[in-house]
Design a protein around this ligand. Structure first.
Ligand SMILES: Nc1ncnc2c1ncn2[C@@H]1O[C@H](COP(=O)(O)OP(=O)(O)OP(=O)(O)O)[C@@H](O)[C@H]1O
Length: 334
């Protein structure tokens, strides 16, 4: 038996280790083999007579960083709370490493870390006192764990200051240290960059990426800010109209939704008319915008231009996450 802690309630529980086969296949309580780290099928949830989630489906593979994206009020926090076993879904099935949040909430909370809007830190205590307190509660025995996390999140030297004197960014980083004290297999982050300035956002996201690469921890990040998550997520799940309307990596989404690409070429070429080698072309001083059926056609355009002109730069302007997101929305609202 092993001493494990539920972070939602900060209560210590004891569970046996029998149910996990880490990062491979998971044996659920019914004895079935489940591949994904997290598998959500047909989940629905209402608050009173308000239906908030309807037939939600998505999967998370081990070691992935998954962005759960949707506008304010879409139900992102509700999904995290259901996955954590804090509230129950009315319909559907969920497997988290073979465990069900409805029945094994304590075990799931013991093997996961969570950072919510209210970081749950004690402001009158120092950073170190906070981490000591939660490490004790979680049964963390490794004496190096706190210094290691303080160093990783660049809080060394600040640990003796009261948390009330920390900047928003420092509090967010301390909340991450707290969530990672017991080396969770899964990290749930609800809007982890809220209230941070651009430097703070960059810092927190790059720490998360580094942590994921070093430890293989699976991370789910909820946000309504697509551009922030684009560089760090392996996969994106779009929540809209109460359900996940699409999920995939950028390249998978590109394949499905980018029927044509728009390429901006910095050049001294001035088109006569509005096409180049038969493709629609818009001229802006110093640049052209060409619409192509695929990336393969970029070299055709460049070869043509380089015959008699200079090319200074080339980039695809409509394959960012936001552009793809709009295409996904268009296709489901059609
Ligand atoms: N405990 C609750 N009781 C009643 N309604 C709730 C409760 N929790 C959430 N809701 C409602 O469910 C909907 C989804 O809320 P949720 O907080 O999950 O959205 P969100 O996508 O996380 O939003 P945000 O981006 O603003 O954080 C909202 O309409 C919200 O008012």
């Amino acid at each position: 038996m092993e001493k494990i802690v539920s972070k939602e309630s900060n209560v210590i529980y004891s569970i046996s280790r029998w149910s996990f086969i880490w990062n491979l296949w998971y044996l659920d309580k019914g004895g079935a083999l489940v591949h994904a780290m997290i598998e959500v099928k047909g989940v629905s949830k209402s608050f009173g007579d308000q239906l908030v989630l309807k037939d939600v489906n998505f999967t998370v593979e081990p070691g992935q960083i998954v962005g759960l994206l949707g506008p304010n009020g879409a139900g992102k926090t509700t999904i995290i709370r259901i996955l954590n076993g804090v509230i129950k879904a009315e319909a559907g099935t969920i497997s988290i490493m073979g465990l069900s949040p409805n029945h094994h909430g304590d075990e799931i909370r013991a093997l996961s870390g969570i950072v919510t809007e209210s970081a749950g830190l004690y402001h009158q205590m120092t950073g170190k006192e906070n981490l000591d307190f939660f490490a004790d509660l979680y049964g963390v025995t490794d004496a190096n764990q706190i210094p290691k996390l303080l160093k990783l999140f660049e809080l060394s030297g600040h640990e003796e200051k009261p948390v009330g004197t920390y900047s928003t960014g420092m509090k967010k980083r301390l909340a991450l240290c707290k969530a990672l004290l017991h080396n969770p297999k899964i990290l749930f982050l609800d809007e982890p960059t809220n209230g941070l300035d651009p430097d703070g956002i960059k810092m927190v996201l790059s720490y998360l990426k580094k942590y994921n690469e070093e430890t293989g921890t699976t991370i789910i990040i909820c946000s309504h800010l697509l551009h922030q998550l684009e560089p760090i997520c392996d996969s994106f799940a779009f929540l809209e109209n109460r359900t996940i309307i699409e999920q995939g990596s950028i390249s998978e989404l590109e394949k499905t939704y980018l029927t044509d690409i728009i390429v901006r070429v910095g050049t001294n070429f001035t088109p006569i008319g509005n096409t180049i080698v038969g493709y629609p072309c818009e001229h802006i001083p110093g640049e052209i915008l060409v619409t192509l059926p695929s990336k393969e056609e970029i070299s055709t355009i460049l070869r043509e231009l380089l015959k008699n002109h200079q090319v200074y730069s080339v980039d695809i302007v409509n394959n960012d996450l936001e552009s793809i997101y709009f295409k996904v929305r268009e296709s489901v609202n059609r």
